[in-house]
Design a protein around this ligand. Structure first.
Ligand code: FES
Length: 145
């Protein structure tokens, strides 16, 4: 099974694991990475400090896009990735997808106002605004009540 996390194909980590259960991925067989220098440095530091087994890496707490991508990968490898919204379209008034909103958050839009400006989500009735906030909180590792 392959697990891939990416920022619009620009920075990505792809891990080939044994088995095909996404909730309980098997041993890591192959890791492919591509990214900006900050992202590559972070991967190198993690490898140096925690070895080759990605499952043993700690979950990054930073809010930069590299930390957010690495955090997703590690949680996926642990079978602990629980994205808070499962529909494809998030903003029905403006037809904005969850993917578009999520990519904006990974790229640095960390408030609902900024996400709205960049994606057009939540710019009409506002019903979707709490869902946008939930995704921001999830991506940034904040606990929601
Ligand atoms: S559903 Fe997003 S603004 Fe109405």
């Amino acid at each position: 099974m392959k697990i891939k996390v990416e920022l619009e194909g620009r920075d990505f980590i792809e891990v080939q694991c044994q088995g095909d259960n996404a909730q309980a991925p098997g041993a890591v067989e192959k890791v492919s990475i591509m990214g900006c220098s900050q992202f590559m440095d972070m991967m190198q530091t993690m490898r140096k400090n925690f070895g080759a087994d990605l499952k043993k890496w700690p979950v990054p707490e930073g809010q930069d896009h590299s930390s957010l991508l690495l955090r997703e990968m590690i949680l996926r490898l642990r079978g602990e990735w629980a994205f808070p919204y499962c529909e494809e379209e998030l903003c029905h008034c403006r037809s904005v997808s969850v993917h578009t909103v999520d990519q904006a958050i990974i790229a640095g839009a960390h408030s609902t106002d900024v996400v709205s400006r960049q994606t057009n989500a939540s710019t009409n009735c506002g019903t979707c605004r709490p869902e946008v906030q939930k995704i921001i909180d999830f991506r940034l590792g904040k606990k929601t009540a």
